[in-house]
Design a binder for this molecule. Structure first.
Ligand code: DON
Length: 594
């Protein structure tokens, strides 16, 4: 398999020279094009490093993401003098092809940006929006009961207005240097000439064939001749190439109005057993939002992430803030006491997340109150007991509205992808991107899958007459757990990271920061460190790892413990003396740099 992917990448690199010629606004002296052979060797070295548990090292730039084809496309852009924003466009365009189950044009994303020139940090919100016709009964059946999760997911009902194409364009417009159209060249070429189906894609298609076969376009693409596409098979996606050509030529407006937007709307509304409410007006109204980052101090660093509508930045920030008074470094990663503190800090943070976090354009969210030092100090004192907290309830952060919300327990299941990039200009980009569930709504248009992001809303609008903050409302963005993060020290980035994993993303990201900052692990070791994740209920422990040694001690401390596969997809870059990249050994990605 490794050989097949490498052969594909060599082809891609060899044919890339022509694509790069279109990048006319790049500073020529900054361009250091990589040859095909050098790139192929680097991919091999990156795969080997990951297997050996070593970080990839570089001096000038680095990109880490979930698939070698996508990373290579990003590396070529960076090598030719492109910025992290340029490289992201190329990476995302290829990910939508080679990892279609996780992210793409039909989904949404959040991006955290550190600007090398100004030393400032900002975030872009490319989250999907609910159709204007959607309301509190969207996910209720005729009797007012919440739908079963997959009955809501599969079909048109769960599809929100995609944000990723607009986000790609907004990031490029703000921070790009390369010619927009050229950034799609690799993805178009691969879509037309074929890419090698990875083991993960083949496995997930086979596991999901029943659901994928409901939509004729998805069936024809993923199950040609009625059989799931096989690992190692060369797959072409001419419809995706055509879509990319349209966006490359005329920008994201070609996605949000005209033929493509019409086709998306018609498809979503026309699904017989589960139609959606999306309209062309919804598509044409879509806007990326620039928002202030949420930054929380931790061990002399500032941990900066995505605020509402994501719960990622606030919940990671709360976990770390609650742990600040405790000496995790002295306890070490093998200590049940360390994991008691982390687990209960996480339970307390998740209690607040369930009650208070949602789209702050629609409902008041106590963003400042949730991470205020005195509030965190009060909640942190609850962790002094030495045993698992018997009960965990939301706190009462300072809130300038006399309001309270009922708790929300929206479900999130596997897919999603994370991209970390550092460029030669000192910019850093952290972007988590998703179509929500694996293969999203299973509805395919124009060679890509549409999201099911609306099932990230609470299915219930009220509990016992009290409204849920994350209820469905027209035009609103569903609460997310995505936690693209940049950690700063003295105002400069030292760690860029993020992960897939639904609401476990929060635990994966917090753990990686703790492993790196408290336990001194290099970025690859921090990413690979076995997971222990606690949201509200059971303590999830990663099966088949040394973390299972903590099962008995954590049980003795009063936790319900569940051993399970914990499929993160962490991609991280540490900055210090040069760059060090880490790619999650649980997934197919790599880090590549120069
Ligand atoms: O926005 C969110 O939090 C989810 N829709 C992300 C889904 C996800 O990460 C699934 N991962 N394995």
């Amino acid at each position: 398999m490794k050989r097949l992917i490498r052969a594909g990448i060599l082809l891609l690199a060899a044919t890339h020279a022509s694509a790069q010629q279109t990048t006319d606004s790049v500073t020529p002296e900054a361009a250091t094009p990589l040859g095909a052979a050098a790139l192929g060797a680097q991919v091999d070295a990156a795969l080997a490093a990951k297997q050996a548990g070593q970080p990839v090292e570089a001096r000038h730039w680095m990109v880490a993401a979930a698939n070698p084809y996508a990373v290579t496309a990003g590396a070529e852009v960076l090598a030719a003098g492109g910025t992290a924003a340029d490289a992201m466009v190329a990476v995302q365009a290829v990910l939508g092809l080679v990892e279609p189950q996780s992210s793409g044009l039909g989904g949404g994303a959040f991006l955290v940006w550190y600007d090398g020139a100004s030393g400032t940090i900002t975030t872009l919100d490319g989250r999907e929006t609910a159709p204007l016709a959607a309301g509190p009964t969207l996910f209720l059946d005729g009797t007012g009961k919440p739908l079963k999760f997959f009955d809501a997911v599969v079909g048109g009902r769960s599809v929100g207005v995609p944000g990723t194409p607009a986000l790609m364009q907004a990031a490029h417009a703000k921070w790009g240097r390369s010619d927009w159209a050229g950034l799609f060249a690799q993805a178009i070429r691969l879509a037309e000439e074929g890419f090698t189906v990875s083991p993960r894609l083949a496995t997930l298609v086979a596991a999901d064939s029943m659901r994928l076969s409901k939509d004729p376009e998805a069936r024809a693409y993923f199950l040609p001749g009625g059989l799931p596409v096989a690992e190692g098979h060369s797959l072409r996606n001419p419809a995706y190439a055509e879509t990319l050509r349209a966006i490359a030529g005329q920008g994201a407006r070609r996605f949000y109005s005209g033929k493509l937007a019409q086709a998306i709307v018609e498809k979503v509304r026309g699904i017989e057993d589960n139609p959606g409410l999306l309209s062309e007006i919804d598509m044409s109204l879509y806007q990326v939002r620039e928002r202030e980052a949420v930054c929380v101090p931790y061990r002399g660093h500032e941990v900066c992430g995505m605020g509402p509508p994501s719960s990622g930045g606030l919940t990671v920030g709360q976990i770390l803030g609650l742990l600040q008074p405790y000496d995790l470094a002295a306890l070490g990663p093998g200590s049940a006491e360390a994991w008691r503190l982390i687990g209960d800090a996480s339970r307390l943070a998740f209690a607040d997340r369930g009650r208070y976090m949602a789209d702050s354009d629609y409902v008041p969210v106590p963003v400042k109150g949730l991470v205020a030092p005195d509030y965190l100090a009060r909640r942190a004192a609850l962790l002094q007991g030495g045993e698992a907290l018997a009960e965990v309830a939301p706190g009462a952060p300072e809130f300038d509205h006399a309001l309270n919300w009922a708790d929300d327990d929206a479900i999130e299941l596997p897919s999603t992808s994370h991209i970390s990039i550092v460029d030669q200009y000192g910019n850093a980009l952290s972007m988590t991107t998703t179509i929500e569930n694996a293969f999203g709504s299973r509805v395919m248009v124009g060679g890509f899958l549409l999201n099911n992001e609306l099932t990230d809303f609470s299915f219930r609008s009220h509990r016992d007459g009290v409204p849920v903050a994350n209820r469905v409302e027209p035009g609103k963005r569903p609460r997310s757990s995505m936690a693209p993060t940049i950690v700063l020290r003295d105002g400069r980035p030292v760690l860029v990271l993020g992960s897939p994993g639904g609401s476990r993303i929060i635990g994966y990201v917090a753990k990686t920061i703790i492993a790196h900052l408290d336990w001194g692990m290099d970025v690859q070791a921090a990413v690979a460190l076995p997971h222990l994740v606690n949201r509200f209920g059971a303590y999830d422990i990663e099966t088949g790892t040394e973390a299972t040694a903590l099962e008995a001690p954590l049980k003795a401390l009063g936790y319900e413990v569940k051993a399970r596969a914990l499929n993160s997809g962490l991609h991280a870059i540490a900055l210090g003396q040069g760059l060090k990249g880490g790619a999650d050994p649980r997934r197919e990605g790599i880090a590549l740099g120069h």
